[in-house]
Ligand binder design. Structure first.
Ligand SMILES: Nc1ncnc2c1ncn2[C@@H]1O[C@H](COP(=O)(O)OP(=O)(O)OP(=O)(O)O)[C@@H](O)[C@H]1O
Length: 261
């Protein structure tokens, strides 16, 4: 449901790849809302449409049907240039499993890149880059190249780069999928920190029920549809381990239900 605190609203979003007889309905009339400062975890079996949703929200793929509204903007039925490029540049930050940093650039150059490409003044770039380096705890590593940083540090650089232009939404596809458990927790704490300090709204795709315990809400997908969702206070358990078991059981139960089509 749309409310005054909504940063993202999605209506009827549908993505069909290919044509009969090879047609794949990757996303099937999805409605979703994200409140400002909310962290939502997207989960579901492989092929259930989670990455497709992020690609549509990120303006990387055109929807077949449906519309998207971000911040106080108009409803958008992408894909039109130059609007979709402006939307991506202004509204969206993206974080990936494999960091996707530019290996020849230092941490600070990677972080500054979106502002450099947008032609922002040098002084503003320097100030904001220093602020972001500080926020992600990498001020001491500003001159290091990606290969001189640990996986967790590289992901911190990627998060700083994704947030430097103050996007409405941060989209993260398996952001801890390539990290050990200690680094995963550090990155999840960083997301919480970004939510608390910047009011950042974040959508995270994950297969890991423990990761999902860091969400304010967990949304379960199957066959391109949202089939269930739980707010953090509906997730039963005394601690993260118990809550992750609860999420795992819910996931298993939707995976085992007979297909509706
Ligand atoms: N470019 C494409 N062309 C054709 N089919 C595609 C394309 N991209 C995705 N699909 C199909 O759309 C469906 C949804 O894929 P998607 O990657 O969104 O699922 P997912 O839930 O993110 O899966 P996983 O958890 O394995 O990453 C799958 O059946 C997939 O094969």
């Amino acid at each position: 449901m749309e409310n005054s605190n909504s940063i993202l609203a999605v209506k009827n979003l549908t993505k069909i790849y290919g044509q009969e007889p090879n047609k794949v309905v990757a996303l099937d009339h999805v409605d979703l809302d994200l409140a400002a400062g909310e962290i939502v975890m997207l989960m579901g079996p492989s092929g259930s449409g989670k990455t497709t949703l992020l690609q549509l929200l990120g303006g990387l793929e055109p929807p077949t049907e449906g519309k998207i509204k971000v911040r106080d903007g108009e409803w958008q039925e992408f894909y039109r240039e130059p609007e979709v490029s402006h939307y991506r540049r202004d509204m969206i930050g993206f974080v990936f499993q494999f960091f996707n940093l530019i290996s020849a650039l230092t941490a600070e150059e990677n972080i500054a890149l979106p502002l450099i490409l947008a032609g922002q003044p040098k002084k503003k770039i320097t100030t904001l880059t220093e602020e972001m380096l500080h926020l992600v705890g990498l001020s001491e590593r500003s001159k290091h190249r990606p290969r001189e940083l640990s996986g967790g540090q590289q992901q911190r650089v990627a998060i700083a780069r994704a947030l430097i232009h103050n996007p409405a939404i941060l989209l993260a596809d398996e952001p801890t999928g390539n990290l050990d458990s200690r680094n995963s927790i550090d990155i999840l704490e960083l997301f919480l920190n970004m939510r608390d300090k910047l009011g950042q709204s974040i959508l995270i795709v994950t297969h890991d029920p423990y990761v999902a315990t860091y969400g304010d809400r967990v949304v379960l997908f199957r066959d391109g549809r949202i089939v269930d969702e739980y707010s953090a206070d509906q997730i039963v358990g005394e601690n993260r381990s118990e809550r992750s078991l609860y999420i795992m059981e819910r996931l298993q139960s939707i995976s085992n239900e007979p297909r509706s089509k």
